[in-house]
Design a protein around this ligand. Structure first.
Ligand SMILES: C[S@@+](CC[C@H](N)C(=O)[O-])C[C@H]1O[C@@H](n2cnc3c(N)ncnc32)[C@H](O)[C@@H]1O
Length: 301
């Protein structure tokens, strides 16, 4: 939800025209849009807790803009008939990228996250149709439905998976993914929350379903004392948005490249978010903590 708030806060205002996510705000409740509106207006709220939320959304926008721009541009350059989004969360690409009109999208996510997203997609339509708008996420209880906001992708298949427990290959098989034709795999904002073994197991599972001509786009975190200190501070301050999710694995670029190479995936680019920010913003600007976030693109041999 925080990532979605960050994208909504930056919609159309960042990256010199290269970033837009008009769908993000539509997936948020009125209460969740409050801090987004404050960040867009540049009006920090009074009160410590509200101010912490405001700063979290603002900082998140700084992170998601370069990574979204890099991923969207990599996706547009490599459109295939199958896109599998691992840990999709409130990813909006299937609803906002017209380049996916001939692509089937599998949104793979933890069952609890996915249930929440499906309710939000249904609510987005309700809101568009002028129906009552709920005040907070609690108002969504019981509202579910696979059909909602119309997708721009050829199809969207919600595929529940717990990476720590389930067999990703078997689940994708059942969901109709075809391992014999090229797939674009997208893995954004998830790797830090998995252990090294879970990351390896997921790479092995996707590699086993990766035909020649496929691509993996992976966002991960490299070790950084500065980023670790920033996260610790956020947890100590008790931000309700991020406090519950510890990072479990960090990867040096060489180690990530070596892991992918073991499974037949050759890294063709791997950039840190600060360098990416400098391609569309003031070369002297950007927080140095962005340097530890990375987006790598790897191609199957
Ligand atoms: C920070 S969100 C990122 C969402 C989205 N990819 C983005 O960048 O906006 C992390 C996502 O990873 C998923 N995730 C974390 N651990 C998982 C697990 N063990 N199995 C499945 N999904 C998991 C969560 O459900 C959540 O959707």
């Amino acid at each position: 939800m925080l990532v979605c708030q960050g994208r909504a806060a930056a919609d159309g205002r960042a990256a010199a025209g290269r970033f837009a996510d008009p769908v993000a705000a539509r997936l948020l409740s009125a209460a969740e849009r409050g801090p987004v509106d404050e960040v867009r207006a540049g009006t920090p709220p009074q009160g410590w807790r509200a101010r912490t939320t405001y700063e979290s959304v603002r900082a998140c926008a700084d992170v998601v803009v370069p990574r979204t721009v890099a991923i969207d541009e990599a996706l547009r350059a490599r459109v295939t008939g199958q896109l599998v989004i691992l840990g999709a969360g409130l990813d909006t690409r299937a609803w906002r990228l017209p380049e996916l009109s001939q692509t089937d999208v599998w949104e793979v996510d933890h069952p609890a996250s996915q249930q929440d997203k499906r309710a939000r997609i249904a609510d987005a339509v309700r809101t568009e149709a002028g129906g009552p708008e709920e005040g907070d996420s609690g108002g969504r209880a019981g509202r579910t439905g696979p059909d909602g906001l119309p997708a721009l992708a050829r199809s969207v298949r919600f595929t529940p998976v717990d990476f720590a427990v389930d067999d990703l290959g078997a689940v994708l098989d059942t969901a109709g993914h075809d391992p014999a034709v090229p797939t674009t795999w997208l893995w954004e904002g998830v790797v830090p929350y998995l252990t090294r073994d879970e990351v390896r197991a997921t790479v092995a599972a996707l590699a086993a379903r990766t035909a020649p001509g496929s691509t993996l786009i992976v966002n991960y975190q490299a070790p950084s004392a500065k980023a670790a200190a920033g996260r610790l501070l956020t947890r100590v301050l008790g931000s309700s948005l991020t406090a519950g999710e510890p990072w479990r694995s960090l990867w040096k670029p060489q180690r990530m490249a070596a892991l992918l190479a073991e499974y037949g995936l050759r890294v063709v680019s791997d950039d840190d978010l600060l360098t990416l920010t400098h391609t569309f913003a003031d070369p002297a600007g950007g927080r140095t903590s962005l340097r530890s976030g990375r987006v790598a693109v790897a191609e199957s041999r």
